[in-house]
Design a protein around this ligand. Structure first.
Ligand code: I3S
Length: 132
């Protein structure tokens, strides 16, 4: 988003609690899936998964009082997003996000409405960056 002066403004697009796991690290498939429940923020074309915290794992809709350090930050430029194939997880409502550096993440929420909103927001983020 550009201001009248043409200066980029960092906008908070979306934030909330999600279940996520990293499955591939820069092209290397990880041996084990570790699902975590974490506060997740989409801002300025970057998706940030914060470290598992008791506050976010409790499922609250509010951010934890003190945000812990980011665990993963995913640059959406050049990333792709799709519904995960069934063989990737037995869970329902699972999205698969692939970053340009060859890492992959699964993102999940039991609520179809919530995951659909994330699908839309992340998808739009990817789109916006591809038109630069
Ligand atoms: O792909 P997998 O191995 O079926 O993934 C499951 C494991 O990560 C499992 O951990 P343990 O092997 O420690 O039980 C997780 O608890 C499961 O959630 C993973 O499968 P799902 O289908 O939930 O992604």
């Amino acid at each position: 988003e550009l201001s009248p002066a043409g200066v980029g403004i960092k906008t908070l697009d979306k934030a909330g609690v999600l279940h996520r796991t990293k499955t591939v690290d820069k092209g290397r498939r990880l041996r084990k899936k570790h699902w975590s429940t974490s506060w997740t923020v989409l801002e300025g074309g970057i998706l940030t998964f914060f470290k598992d915290s008791r506050a976010s794992a409790a499922g609250g809709l509010r951010p934890p009082p003190k945000l812990s350090t980011p665990e993963y930050t995913v640059d959406l430029r050049g990333a792709s997003l799709s519904w995960a194939p069934k063989d990737k997880s037995s869970r329902k409502n699972v999205l698969e996000l692939r970053s340009r550096d060859g890492s992959e993440y699964l993102i999940q929420h039991d609520s179809e409405a919530i995951i659909s909103n994330w699908h839309k927001a992340i998808g739009e983020g990817i789109q916006e960056l591809s038109s630069d």
